[in-house]
Ligand binder design. Structure first.
Ligand SMILES: NC(=O)c1ccc[n+]([C@@H]2O[C@H](COP(=O)([O-])OP(=O)(O)OC[C@H]3O[C@@H](n4cnc5c(N)ncnc54)[C@H](OP(=O)(O)O)[C@@H]3O)[C@@H](O)[C@H]2O)c1
Length: 301
């Protein structure tokens, strides 16, 4: 039996969909089982026999973490300690998701799993602390670091851009931050493969889609694809600007490329971010939501 925590989130909803399709035995929860409350976790699990805990729950408000450090550390760190201890007590494994934001973004050639983390914002610090708990408490863990996540089940950059591109004649997008977009369905598929195939050694792995881009280049690709698919219809001038044009409470790493040699050397395929974006924007889930005209004013993590 698998316990999926955070099933209503962006990644969690893709995981739940795949778990249902696979026929695997699982239970799932979101806010109603506060993972930072060990008593609530124990009450929820009761006598159930759990083989895996997948933690897709997190406090993902990057700017909000600066003003609410307590929640960031409670959910992104203390709750991970709870889950690792729960897994240890029940002889289960833990799959935990972390982020490129644990790095400072100064290394232009990208970060491997062995590079020293040095977060520059509270969110990154809280996620790093969560990693440490998982690693220290439970040898049977997978920590998968990912970046620039988007998918059908959450607030993200693709929907935000689509909304703005549909309404404006000119938009400004940051061009001096570089990273790798990740389609949450690709990440969800990888996580379930890791569990079912059991060929990856426990430990920490980077995973995102392949290649890299700036937010500006990402926006241009969304615009191009939107025009091609007929979702967007008018010409929009997309203007590259520096990060300083959009002051925000939390600093962002400038270059947060996750190097994926370790996972690729384990035989896992990493497809290019543009291919993944194309599949996402052609998917039924995306088209349904795009047709609903949801304007989403989101944060970019
Ligand atoms: N989004 C990105 O760009 C990005 C990039 C790199 C890494 N990641 C990591 O990837 C993972 C998945 O991210 P995501 O974007 O799918 O997150 P998400 O959409 O924000 O989903 C997280 C879910 O966890 C729930 N949650 C919050 N606090 C909880 C608690 N105390 N107990 C139980 N559930 C709780 C949230 O509920 P509410 O919505 O009600 O708060 C939400 O449903 C996270 O670990 C995140 O740090 C994300």
């Amino acid at each position: 039996m698998i316990w999926l925590a955070g099933n209503k989130g962006m990644l969690g909803s893709d995981l739940e969909k795949l778990l249902k399709e696979s026929g695997a035995g699982f239970i799932s929860s979101d806010r109603e089982v506060d993972i930072s409350d060990i008593a609530a976790v124990e009450k929820f699990l009761g006598n159930r026999k759990i083989e895996w805990i997948i933690n897709a729950a997190a406090y993902t408000d990057v700017d909000g973490s600066e003003s609410d450090k307590e929640t960031a550390f409670r959910v992104n760190a203390e709750a991970v300690r709870n889950l690792a201890e729960t897994a240890a007590a029940r002889s289960a494994g833990l799959v935990h998701i972390s982020t490129d934001y644990i790095f400072d973004g100064k290394n232009k050639s990208g970060y491997s799993e062995d590079d020293k983390p040095s977060p520059i914002n509270t969110y990154g610090m809280s996620k790093l602390k969560g990693e440490m708990y998982a690693r220290d408490i439970l040898p049977e863990h997978y920590i998968i670091r990912t970046s620039w996540l988007y998918g059908a089940g959450g607030r993200n950059f693709v929907f935000t851009m689509l909304d703005i591109l549909g309404r404006k004649d000119e938009i400004k997008v940051v061009s001096d931050q570089r990273g790798s977009p990740t389609y949450s369905a690709d990440l969800a598929g990888l996580l379930l493969n890791i569990i079912s195939e059991k060929r990856l050694g426990f430990g920490t792995y980077n995973f995102s889609n392949g290649g890299s881009c700036s937010w500006y280049e990402f926006a241009c690709a969304i615009y191009g694809m939107g025009m091609e698919l007929g979702i967007l219809k008018k010409e929009v001038n997309i203007v590259p600007v520096d990060t300083s044009a959009f002051p925000r409470p939390a600093a962002r790493p400038a270059y947060s490329l996750l190097l994926k040699d370790k996972i690729k050397n384990s035989g896992i395929t990493v497809r290019d971010w543009k291919d993944a974006l194309g599949d996402f924007m052609r998917s039924a889930e995306f088209l349904k939501r795009a047709a609903g005209g949801e304007g989403i004013d989101n944060e970019i993590e």
